[in-house]
Design a protein around this ligand. Structure first.
Ligand code: BGC
Length: 336
């Protein structure tokens, strides 16, 4: 029964080949790159990732405790999140892996952060429950930008990737906004042979894909895929553009974004204060005609100020440099 359900979802997996997404199946595929006849994931490193290596069997391809649609609790404080059963088995710093089986994938969750204390508790509470039910070996890294310069989400994602990988190796990385909470735990955070866009249908966009080449909110990439595109651009200060830039990088590298259908890839977005918009983003995106080879991980400059292992996450405070004065960025208000 479970296998049948899994195959059904797999069949529905959508491949978006850098072209229009019409919600139709274009290529049947199996999440994770295909299962061989014994049900083993046939892509990526074999994920022998837990401390119990060799002592417990590999986790089943379909996690048995999935619930399907799940409630999203807003307004959970970090203290409340810390006092629930979800902390059981979580190692200081937010690390967890199943004890009864070897997780198939090691996934680092990278969350760019500044001034969102009110959302952190809900995110931690929700995501630990979600990821544990998926029997992943995971950890949550919250990367905070020091100072009050314009926010640079992409630099923080690069920092998160670099810092997490120093203590990895992780098989893949979920680059995840803190206000995006998945509403269906069948939306598996497994690594895939192509980059995956996760936040397909979000409540702030009436559960519709924003546009065909949208890659924002949350996405998942393997280490190899990230290295191939040289990570994220460092040039986007203020809200917007960096995800469009990533779409281009992926296309330049002849990779194709994969998506689950919106029925599963469904997210509740938590409202937050307006952000400073980068009005110049379209121009910067259009100038990316291949410059990604020298704008990204290999040109990233940052200083880690502090790394704190909290009960449910690792907090990294980083100085990521300055926007200098970007004349074309202006303050506008944008509500989620
Ligand atoms: C921005 C993207 C954003 C998208 C959806 C675009 O204009 O450049 O960064 O994800 O809008 O809101």
């Amino acid at each position: 029964m479970l296998m049948a359900t899994f195959l059904l979802f797999s069949y529905c997996l959508i491949v978006v080949k850098n072209k229009a997404y019409h919600g139709e199946l274009e290529t049947p595929g199996i999440l994770g790159g295909g299962l061989d006849h014994e049900g083993n994931v046939a892509f990526g490193r074999e994920s022998h990732v837990s401390d119990d290596k060799g002592q417990v069997p590999i986790c089943p391809p379909v996690p048995p405790d999935l619930r399907g649609r799940i409630n999203v609790l807003e307004n959970v404080t970090v203290e409340e999140a810390e006092s629930t059963g979800v902390t059981e088995g979580v190692k200081q710093g937010g690390f967890w892996w199943p004890s009864h089986c070897q997780a198939r994938w090691r996934v680092a969750i990278i969350v760019p952060y500044r001034n969102r204390a009110s959302q952190l508790g809900s995110f931690l509470h929700h995501m630990h429950n979600f990821l544990q039910r998926q029997e992943l070996n995971y950890s949550i890294y919250v990367i905070e930008q020091e100072g009050d310069d314009l926010f640079n989400r992409a630099r923080l994602l690069n920092v998160g990737y670099s810092e997490a990988q120093r203590e990895g190796p992780w098989d893949c990385f979920a680059f995840h906004d803190i206000d995006m909470l998945p509403e269906d735990d069948r939306h598996l955070y497994h690594c895939s042979p192509q980059p995956r866009h996760l936040a397909v249908a979000t409540s702030n966009h009436k559960y519709k894909l924003v546009y065909d080449r949208y890659f924002g909110g949350a996405c998942l990439m393997t280490d190899k895929q990230i290295k191939a595109v040289n990570g994220w651009s460092n040039r986007y200060w203020g809200w917007g553009g960096e995800d469009d830039d990533m779409w281009r990088r992926i296309a330049f590298e002849d990779m194709h974004v994969w998506r689950y259908p919106g029925k599963l890839a469904r997210y509740k977005t938590i409202k937050h204060r307006p952000q400073v918009l980068n009005k110049n983003r379209f121009e910067i995106v259009s100038r990316n005609t291949g410059r990604y080879t020298h704008d990204g991980l290999n040109s990233l400059n940052y200083t880690v100020r502090n790394i704190t292992r909290k009960l449910l996450y690792t907090h990294i405070l980083a100085n990521i440099g300055s926007s200098r004065k970007i004349a074309s960025s202006s303050v506008r208000h944008r509500k989620r």
